[in-house]
Design a protein around this ligand. Structure first.
Ligand code: BGC
Length: 538
């Protein structure tokens, strides 16, 4: 595969810098802390870091409310620290992408301050104003637990302003060419420093049009294509990753003809992995993939299990949502907006078999996988913290003070203190040095994935074994075929099924390196509860 398509087979790692490692003892993780821990990420097999917003911000939405797009939040360090991080990451062949928040700024941004205080300011038209709060009433509210309307009255401005997220995040007006030009300038700033691209936040909502739901509008696509042309022309090989929490056919439109985003998160697949596991039924997972449209050759899905937000249930039916809430968020405090504010390990009962299985699906289904920091050691969450903060606690490095995260007396967030997720039991040091630990299994899966290109880019076909609890699929590569088998249930399964003709040959179990004889045209396998097998057939 040409180097320019590196993202098609990359393992991404999502970093919340504040939580990662505190290098200067002020209680906040910082850029230098991340730089110091790059060896850790390299040893896991990470190819690309995605940094949550690190810009100056009043932190009303943890940095997704930006008050200066080309600066660094003082808690995180300086621009010089950032350059140093980038250089150190590149020296280890680790790429780095940043969050680019187009849709809105902070209300503390000088643009908004100028806009609200003077109707004649050139910045007034940077935002979306109205004398009435009835415009665009078909647009849904996203943060339903907090916001009652997408309009908020601004006393200083004497008008309502439009916002799709918190009212501290006024939407920018993309109909204004000056706003569009600002973002090309902002992108240029970071791309000139050498960043490898952007995870572009909240892309469906850039434009507003009456009588629509104000999502996925043609104008939005046109602007995104313009951004892509700009990146391709001036910075070939850099990537744009799309955050559009939408149904497959709508997300697909963000890839265009290979001329919009290179990558898009696969939102519909994620909840169905959890559904499949809890129901011991492969149908939801298969459904998500069979309803995934094909994508251009130069594009790839980004698959994930969890991230810094609530586990979103926007891409399931109402009935499925209620079921997911009952199963995975039985207490009201576990729910947030249309989702579940819990981490991977607690969701999966802290059962190493289920967590390993979920990662196995992540690493063997089509797409470039993203690991959310801390999930590689099975970190827990803190439901006492508000909003999404419970899944943003300090990374647990060891069993020492502040879990080895910081030497400060007081840190930005409590470390998870309660068994079984406390640092005595869950930490990087122990997980890394223990054979068979979650961390070691993930590291091994990543290494195997990298040496078997069929797992990245091979075709996917489901193998019908007549066993609903078994998710078995074939990945056909140019030189090698792979057969992935997952037992989603708590009982052993006996598999006996016919294999396609081109799947005849010697079987090797890649996770144990054991030769298993020849297929003879059939797969005969007994598989333990929540076990997964990666078989190469050649
Ligand atoms: C981010 C959230 C953020 C929101 C508003 C999202 O999609 O992932 O964390 O609150 O955008 O910027």
């Amino acid at each position: 595969m040409p180097e320019s398509l590196w993202y098609k087979n990359a393992v991404f790692y999502e970093v919340y810098v504040r939580a990662f490692f505190d290098s200067d003892g002020d209680g906040n993780g910082d850029l230098n802390g991340l730089t110091q821990k790059l060896d850790y990420l390299q040893s896991l097999g990470v190819d690309c870091l995605w940094l949550l917003p690190i810009y100056p911000s009043p932190l009303k939405d943890d940095g997704y409310d930006i008050s200066d797009y080309t600066g660094i939040h003082p808690d995180y360090g300086t621009l010089a620290d950032f350059k140093n991080l980038l250089e150190a990451a590149h020296a280890r062949h680790i790429r780095l992408i940043m969050d680019l928040v187009l849709n809105h700024s902070s209300d503390q941004h000088p643009w908004f301050q100028a806009a609200r205080s003077d109707r004649n300011s050139p910045f007034r038209d940077y935002y979306v104003w109205s004398d009435s709060d009835k415009k665009y009433d078909q647009a849904r509210i996203i943060f339903v637990d907090t916001e009652k309307s997408n309009w908020t009255w601004d006393e200083a401005a004497g008008q309502y302003f439009w916002h799709r997220f918190y009212s501290s995040q006024p939407d920018l007006n993309f109909d204004n060419p000056a706003v569009r030009a600002e973002f090309l300038r902002i992108m240029r700033f970071w791309l000139d420093l050498g960043v490898d691209g952007f995870r572009v936040d909240a892309v469906p909502y850039l434009f507003e049009r009456e009588d629509t739901n104000c999502e996925n509008l043609p104008e939005t696509h046109a602007f995104l294509k313009e951004i892509r042309r700009y990146v391709d022309k001036n910075y070939p090989g850099r990537i744009l990753l799309c955050e559009a929490n939408q149904w497959p056919e709508d997300v697909r439109t963000y890839l265009g003809d290979g001329d919009e985003f290179q990558l898009a998160f696969h939102f519909p697949l994620m909840p169905r992995i959890f559904m499949g596991l809890r129901r011991a039924d492969s149908v939801p997972i298969e459904w998500a993939l069979t309803h995934t449209p094909s994508i251009p050759e130069n594009c790839q899905w980004c698959t994930f299990l969890r991230n810094h937000d609530e586990l979103t249930l926007e891409m399931v039916t109402e009935e499925e949502r209620q079921w997911m809430w009952e199963q995975y968020a039985p207490e009201a405090r576990m729910r947030l907006n249309l989702g579940i504010r819990r981490r991977l390990a607690p969701l999966l009962d802290n059962d190493p078999r289920k967590i390993g299985l979920a990662f196995s699906l992540l690493f063997t289904l089509p797409g470039s996988p993203i690991i959310y920091y801390g999930d590689e050691i099975g970190m827990g969450d803190d439901l006492q913290l508000p909003d999404r903060n419970g899944v943003r606690t300090p990374l647990q490095w060891d069993a020492g003070l502040n879990a080895g995260f910081s030497s400060a007396r007081s840190i930005y967030s409590p470390v998870i203190g309660v068994a079984p997720y406390d640092p005595e039991r869950v930490n990087v040091e122990t997980s890394r040095s223990t054979n068979g630990s979650l961390w070691s299994r993930i590291q091994a899966m990543i290494a195997i994935r990298k040496s078997h290109p069929a797992l990245c880019c091979g075709d996917l076909a489901w193998l019908d074994c007549g066993l609903p609890a078994v998710a078995a699929y074939l990945r056909r590569g140019s030189r090698e075929h792979m057969l992935m088998v997952h037992n989603l249930s708590a009982v052993p399964q006996m598999i006996d099924c016919v294999l396609p003709e081109d799947f005849h040959g010697k079987i090797v179990d890649l996770l144990t390196s054991q030769a298993m004889g020849k297929t003879q045209g059939r797969l005969l396998l007994s598989i333990q509860p929540y076990e997964y097998r990666w078989l190469s057939i050649a």
